[in-house]
Design a binder for this molecule. Structure first.
Ligand code: C5P
Length: 274
């Protein structure tokens, strides 16, 4: 039995660079893990069984946890079954990357339970077949990600920061938000200078998926305004939403179904998060 924590992520900035021939979009995004965790319990077994303590998470083969197990089997040819118990704290359809993080933790766990036949860099490369945001979790928690998300440049940890995360009841699916993106509104992006400015202490907290998310769900714009009015310096949607993170000092928001305080967190090179 192996227990791993699976952290949520924030996109501290997210620029859409262009639409690709394959329908995906090239992005340039600074990702950061936070200490809001799902907990996963893994055990090798004869067959695959996934159970979860909340009812709105699919436990069939559409779940990225079982997709990750399939990718591991396909790439290595090793036969195994996996029992996984998932305790969910990260809300789904929030842009906090819970499903992708669970998939990354699963690849790490299978490799550990099989006495590490695969290098972490191979795990990271394979993980992009499970989902665009999965490779990021093989960084040490702060990374600049480009391409579909599969090019991961690990960065030194950022100064310790506390955030408040707010998610309204309704969630957003990633394809529906990309579907609302107005490609002609995209400015040319100098990927390196936006990162450099951020790291030099001149951050621009920007997410090109906010406007499309606001088109898909107009009440989100109002939520952002309300949070800014309560005193926070920065309020930004993470990923394709519908969660926001708030930086600075503000009146702790109460009237939302999901509100938590969290901190930036990082892992060491040879151990998982938590
Ligand atoms: O890779 P993943 O399955 O997480 O992507 C879900 C959907 O999000 C894709 O089918 C695509 O519509 C959109 N997407 C995108 N560009 C990315 C990542 C996701 O267009 N870089």
């Amino acid at each position: 039995m192996l227990k791993l924590l699976s952290p949520a992520k924030l996109n501290l900035f997210l620029k859409v660079v262009k639409r690709r021939e394959d329908g995906y979009h090239d992005l340039a995004s600074l990702f950061q893990t936070i200490d809001l965790y799902d907990t996963l319990h893994f055990e090798l077994a004869d067959n695959d069984v996934l159970t979860c303590d909340v009812s709105d998470i699919p436990t069939d083969r559409t779940n990225l946890i079982l997709k990750a197990a399939d990718v591991f089997r396909k790439k290595t040819g090793i036969a195994f079954g996996l029992h996984v118990k998932l305790e969910k704290k990260i809300p789904s359809q929030s842009g906090l990357g819970g499903g992708s993080s669970n998939a990354a933790a699963t690849l790490w766990a299978i490799n550990s339970l099989l006495n590490r036949p695969v290098s972490p860099s191979d795990l990271r490369a394979w993980s992009s077949e499970v989902g665009s945001d999965v490779p990021f979790f093989f960084s040490q928690g702060t990374a600049f990600c480009t391409g579909r998300g599969e090019h991961v440049q690990n960065l030194e940890p950022l100064p310790k920061s506390q955030v408040v995360i707010v998610k309204p009841t309704a969630g957003l699916s990633t394809p529906s938000v990309f579907g609302q993106l107005n490609l002609s509104s995209l400015n040319p992006v100098d990927q390196i200078s936006i990162l450099t400015r951020f790291m030099e202490g001149q951050p621009s907290y920007v997410n090109d998926l906010e406007e499309p998310a606001f088109s898909a769900m107009p009440e989100l714009r109002l939520i952002k305004q309300t949070l800014l009015q309560s005193g926070y310096d920065t309020v930004l949607m993470t990923g394709s939403g519908s969660a926001f993170f708030c930086l600075g000092e503000g009146t702790f928001p109460k009237d939302f179904p999901f509100v938590v305080q969290a901190n930036f967190t990082n892992r060491s090179a040879d151990s998982w998060y938590g």
